[in-house]
Design a protein around this ligand. Sequence first.
Ligand code: CTP
Length: 407
Amino acid sequence: QDNEQPIVLLMKQQLSKKMYELLLEIGSIADQQSVKIYLIGGIVRDFILQRPNEDIDLVVEGDGIAFANQLKKQLGGNVKSHEKFGTATWTTEENHKLDIVTCRTEYYDAPAALPNVRASNIREDLRRRDFTINAMALQINKRQFGKLLDFFQGQEDIQLRKIRILHTLSFIEDPTRIIRAVRFALRFQYELAEHTFELALNAVPMLKQVSAKRLLREFELLQKENVTLDAVTCLQSLGIWSTLFHREPNEHTMKKLSTIIKEMPHPFITFLTIAYGQKDWHVVIKPYALISEHNQMIEQLIKMEQIDIKNESLSSIHDQLHLFQDDVLYLFAQLTNDQKLLTYLQKRKQLNLLLSGKDLIDKGLNPGPDFSDLLHQLACLQLDEIIQTKDDAVTWLENKVAELPLD
Ligand code: CTP
């Protein structure tokens, strides 16, 4: 038994004792079942890098779902499986989730399409993966516990600090890997290997064929690493923005973006900020508005472009904009660098109406259109600081009530 490998020490350091022992136990069960089993993906890389990671991905040379069910039989817990992909998630009694899959080869009917899969061996399974640093496996069968399989020089690339794909069609088959490459490069402060960079550059037009949903999802993962600005610059060097939005973010755009993402960290907003400013910004951004909120946002921004508030009082601005949502106004103000709009928005947010619906009812008014109209008028008067106290507001209301036609 060869438990003296340095990587086993790293595993021990980084996994909880429970998880480490669970892996030993899984290895023994795999032996009983005569299947080879491996830890795979990000966690192997992170053992070497000594970065915390408890995402356990296991692959078996054999039937992954059957093996997950065997674990459930012997150790309890629950299994959820997807026959179509040969994948299962085993949730232990202690609520640890472990993904268990069948070694597989992916093949593509068309570039940028989702892959078809068929069962295969560990080498094939590793070969289909994105980057060398993510394509190492650690066997956990008892006798081979801690045996590192590194067919593609992942360790060497960790030393060299390089993100390197495994085969020349990698980005063509899965263009989202271009964004993944940038994510890992920024996370670890690595560089894309020269050839990898060139292939990424060539594959960028393929990103147009990736669904908006997948692209936004990939970008969301990037934003979660808090590297959005660097990522935007890095992706620009690959020509992504001119490909997707016919526009490269300049210094001004980057400045706006740094402000906007603090308040609105959604990838759609990032895309919008980059696309905004050209004549047909709404056309290029539209495919990425996947929720009604974002569609409304586009519509409201288009309307905002027709409104000129430069010489208006706060009350007349309010008259025109009271139906617009805060975040649309905020975004528009930042995109167009409109200080006056920001001031209005701030005042509007701070505004406390001096009268409530109850005050109106007490004066004999019935809830209805008059009601909201009066409250809107009051908001305008307060914004212009014509009414500043509750007493002023009550007097104003009494006069208003007297003016109303009797019904
Ligand atoms: N993978 C891939 N191509 C993709 C997505 C994933 O080859 N487009 C492979 C990689 O080998 C990766 C593994 O699937 O290591 C698991 O994917 P994911 O969990 O996204 O990657 P991690 O490396 O675990 O990333 P993270 O550290 O962010 O969890």
